[in-house]
Ligand binder design. Structure first.
Ligand code: GLV
Ligand code: MN
Ligand code: MN
Length: 401
């Protein structure tokens, strides 16, 4: 094994147990929990082992600096949080690869002319508070700080309370032009999350527009054994109509629509529900298709709700516009890495948020099965090492000129 391969395997193992759920084997790494604090300590330790200055910005993002803190820094990194029962690679691969790319540059005796940093963005998945990429959205001003502070988790804790309990001041969150001003370019390395990449490493062209909507259906709780069908106001029926419409509308539009989370109140087997909340994740190649698809799903829910005496409320919880990553930077990155296949993605990333403010590129590492957001997510060690090598080559190209 090369020194980088050895370090990859050792440090990957050092992260493996943090937030791993014994039952599912997947990760439950949610923002501002004790697991998140362990992950933050892991990041600080990686920085410390390399003599990199580590800090947390006002929005809870972590930074490890090789050299001055900007301006013009070449930044790489990703996130360490996960979806419920997520895989090991989505996020962490990009963070560890950043540290190992720095190791590789040092082993090659490269002294960059610009500062280099590894970043770890807070709460990328939005698994706890519902909005994705909270750290990078706050940093870039794409998320209003008051709205963020008021987001609630399933137990009723606000993001502000959760941050405070974790020792971070929620009063300080919001757009941070000082931190943004330090970044000359951002390159996020990420495991590819579909079956889009046949080579070990690729480069992203852009990210589909996507968003999350909460569909609240309010009916009337009643007895499952005594309430005549004609007397029911059952919100589960329009929910079922919405789920079917999502599949049909996505199929017609060549897009994607998913209800992956639902809560039912009161949740008794022998009770008609009073409220069903379903969360729709929708993604399409362009904004018009996305909006039309969501409207079609909402219309199906409304028309079924009208038949069943149910009230409907559709709330957009987050929406990310289409992202075209910086083409000139992508060309430079691909050339530095010796030519890379280019592909778009339907997955959201902090890179997609940062792209609005700084030149941004993304490297993908091959996913042999196409599975992600699942404990079965995987990547070959050789491909991960190829990704680290590509990243270090790219950092050398960007930071040495
Ligand atoms: C992030 O992983 C997303 O695309 O939801
Ligand atoms: Mn993800
Ligand atoms: Mn990710």
């Amino acid at each position: 094994m090369t020194p980088v391969e050895e370090t990859f395997s050792r440090e990957w193992a050092s992260l493996a147990s943090i937030g791993r759920h014994q039952g599912s084997g997947g990760y439950r790494r949610y923002a501002w929990t004790s697991v998140d604090l362990e992950l933050r300590a892991w990041f600080a330790d990686q920085a410390g082992q390399r003599g990199l200055a580590c800090e947390q910005d006002r929005n809870g993002n972590q930074w490890a600096w090789w050299g001055d803190r900007g301006p013009g820094a070449i930044v790489t990194g990703s996130h360490l949080d996960s979806v419920p029962d997520g895989g090991a690679y989505d996020g962490p691969l990009g963070v560890l690869s950043g540290f190992l790319a720095i190791d590789e540059l040092r082993q090659r005796g490269i002294q960059p002319a610009r500062p280099v940093a590894v970043a770890c963005f807070a709460d990328e998945e939005g698994a706890r508070f519902g909005v994705a990429c909270v750290g990078s959205r706050l940093l870039t001003g794409a998320l209003d700080p008051d709205t963020a502070r008021g987001l609630r988790d399933s137990e009723g804790f606000t993001l502000a309370e959760a941050m405070r309990r974790a020792g971070t001041d929620p009063a300080a969150i919001g757009e941070d032009t000082d931190v943004l001003g330090r970044i000359g370019a951002f390159v996020e390395l990420h495991v590819e999350q579909g079956r889009g990449l046949e080579a070990p490493v690729g480069i992203a062209t852009g990210i589909w527009p996507h968003g999350r909507w909460r569909l609240r259906l309010t009916g009337e709780a009643n007895h499952a054994g005594t309430t005549r069908l004609a007397d029911r106001r059952d919100p589960m029926l329009p929910y079922a109509a919405a789920v079917l419409a999502a599949r049909q509308a996505a199929q017609r539009a060549g897009a994607l629509a998913t209800f992956g989370k639902v809560t039912v109140v009161p949740g008794g087997t022998n009770a008609i529900a009073s409220v069903v909340d379903g969360w729709l994740d929708a993604r399409a190649a362009d904004e018009a298709t996305l909006s039309a698809m969501v409207e079609e799903i909402a219309a199906a829910a409304r028309s079924s709700a009208a038949v069943h005496g149910v009230d409907v409320e559709l709330t957009a919880e987050s929406r990310t516009p289409a992202v075209s990553l910086d083409a000139a930077l992508a060309d430079r990155v691909a050339a530095a890495a010796g030519g890379l296949p280019a592909l778009p993605t339907g997955a959201g990333h902090d890179a997609g948020i940062l792209a609005a403010r700084v030149p941004t590129a993304m490297l993908f590492v091959r996913n042999p099965t196409g599975v992600s957001h699942s404990p079965a997510e995987s990547a070959e060690a050789a491909d991960c090492v190829a990704g680290i090598h590509a990243l270090s080559t790219v950092l050398a190209e960007l930071a040495c000129r």
